[in-house]
Design a protein around this ligand. Structure first.
Ligand code: CA
Ligand code: ZN
Length: 299
């Protein structure tokens, strides 16, 4: 099995692949945490690590060149497992999130044991998820700290073990990379960090040839979720609903108005990440239950 531990800090078609892999090969990614494993003590501040800017934030392991993937295809990534280290880190950042003005700058280490995390004596089950995952954009590079239509820092807590995530392939080989594991994170990631932690991600890819997909989609046991980001809620919801509407119309054969009405009564908006202003984007997922009696939305 190929093990990928080398990191990059941008989604960039010019990044040299760490290795190539065939479709269906199981791959083990071993990313550092979002601080490049440099935030080693509660005496430090996040700014100590990120003093040089966000270019050391959110390393992603990879990229892997997927043999046979070409622009216009869709790369499906099955998240087979996520294993985390035994200690994670949460911290506040200056100006980050809605309570930033009232909060001190603080870093806390969070111990992980037997599937539980402990914060101030409160134990809760971990729910490991992948913050940063995607393929290289066709255009300008995008830093790993940003979300985009290629994926990137989507921070969807549904991207956990058992999920399948679909990405548009924009460059030959797709250039798959991932990192920013959270042992736990709440929707919106209020102060800008989850339980940031190094770990291992086991995935398996598959390829759908010549399928139009304009942004990443997460498939869970019960739902399809379009992941979208733009500058504000209205714009993000618009691009997410346009994409979900298009995908639904493809399989149902309904017209736009029927599909619009169906989405209004069955589709849900959930926030991935919205800790402005440290993230410029409103990042959400718009999902719909799987439809019995119809083809899958993608595939
Ligand atoms: Ca993140
Ligand atoms: Zn993170």
């Amino acid at each position: 099995m190929k093990v990928i531990h080398q990191s990059v800090y941008a989604f960039d078609k010019a990044n040299a692949p760490v290795c190539s892999a065939d479709v269906g090969e199981v791959l083990l990614f071993q990313p550092m945490d979002c601080f490049s494993n440099k935030l080693v003590s509660e005496e430090m501040q996040i700014a100590d690590v990120l003093a040089t800017g966000f270019d050391v934030a959110n390393p992603a392991a990879g990229p892997v060149y997927i043999n046979g993937a070409e622009p216009g295809d869709v790369l499906a990534v099955d998240i087979l497992d996520i294993r985390v280290a035994d200690v994670g880190t949460v911290g506040t950042m200056a100006g980050c999130g809605p309570l930033a003005d009232e909060a001190e700058l603080r870093v806390k280490k969070v111990a992980i044991k037997d599937g539980f995390a402990e914060f101030n004596g409160v134990k809760f089950p971990i729910d490991p998820m992948i913050g940063v995952i995607g393929t290289a954009p066709a255009g300008e590079p995008v830093m790993c700290g940003s979300p985009g239509l290629h994926g990137g820092n989507m921070d969807s807590k549904l991207i956990r073990k058992g999920a399948r995530v679909y990405f548009p392939v924009q460059v030959p080989g797709a250039l798959l990379q991932m990192g920013d594991i959270h042992a736990a994170m709440g929707d919106a990631e209020l102060c800008g960090t989850g339980v940031e932690i190094p770990g291992e991600i086991l995935v398996k890819t598959s390829l759908i040839k010549n399928f139009e997909l304009n942004m990443p989609v997460t498939e869970t046991a019960t739902h399809w979720w379009v992941n979208a980001c733009a500058m504000d809620y209205e714009e993000t919801l618009k691009i997410a609903s346009e994409e979900l509407c298009r995908l639904l119309m493809n399989v149902t054969g309904w017209d736009k108005t029927d599909t619009y009405m169906y989405m209004s009564i069955q589709s849900d908006v959930q926030i991935n990440q919205a800790c402005k202003p440290c993230s410029l984007f409103m990042d959400l997922r718009f999902g719909t239950p799987k439809l019995a009696g119809f083809k899958p939305l993608i595939g």
